[in-house]
Design a protein around this ligand. Sequence first.
Ligand SMILES: Cc1cc2nc3c(=O)[nH]c(=O)nc-3n(C[C@H](O)[C@H](O)[C@H](O)COP(=O)(O)OP(=O)(O)OC[C@H]3O[C@@H](n4cnc5c(N)ncnc54)[C@H](O)[C@@H]3O)c2cc1C
Length: 229
Amino acid sequence: MYEMFNSMSNKLDSYDVIVAGAGIGGLLSAALLSMKGFSVIIFEKLSFIGGRFTSFNFRGYEIPSGAIHMIPNSRGIFTKILRELGINYKKTDVLLEYIWDDYQRSCQYNFGVFKILKTTSARWAFAKIYLKSLCPQKEFGISFGEYLKKEVKNDELYRFFEVFVNFSLSLSLEEISAKTMFEINRNAILQGGPIVPIGGCKGVIRGLEKIILSHNGKIITNADVQEIL
Ligand SMILES: Cc1cc2nc3c(=O)[nH]c(=O)nc-3n(C[C@H](O)[C@H](O)[C@H](O)COP(=O)(O)OP(=O)(O)OC[C@H]3O[C@@H](n4cnc5c(N)ncnc54)[C@H](O)[C@@H]3O)c2cc1C
């Protein structure tokens, strides 16, 4: 990478923006900046782009590298870019499988959660969070984990959200702000559940790649960024 950087350094100067990593975050940022007229180059350490937001074909089946469905804000950047790319999406009847020690239940998204929580106190606590999600969100200044510990104080609900956030966002409850989590809940409620882009996550990645390349951007794979100078 060092040699590659050296040999490219003159060329690198000609780019306005250098992006490290071609996951959905890097590609989305690069596409938006490209559309605003910035010249962009992206370095991706792996041999493929998309990170945890793509899929691999295996015997005719698309196996996701991570994400399958998402909960965008209908007026947010992600929805805007899907529109820009002409990618439609559809709502899913996601099934949640909830396992708590020897207790196991399945449910559909949103309201279904009320049915599967084991204790009445957890259901009440969830109802409060559900309603609070619909109010305009302020900046809490704390993580969602801290919020649950300080304000909600319900072990079952803490564990429910912990598993949900670990799996669906690859984050811990301490890594996501209370405000963001309430916004995600709100989006899920207003959308009626998560959506799946037609063509899957890979379709979105291909669309973003197309935008970047059509604006003379460059994507370099097998290029591990080791230092930000
Ligand atoms: C099993 C699983 C299921 C999930 N399901 C969902 C879901 O249904 N819905 C949802 O919304 N989210 C889901 N997620 C989370 C979602 O996939 C991620 O939050 C999202 O894809 C992260 O995008 P990102 O661009 O931030 O990071 P990544 O996708 O991790 O992208 C980072 C990129 O940067 C590259 N990189 C890292 N270091 C360097 C370096 N030094 N130099 C160059 N390149 C570098 C990596 O190779 C990678 O390609 C799931 C995650 C997993 C693992």
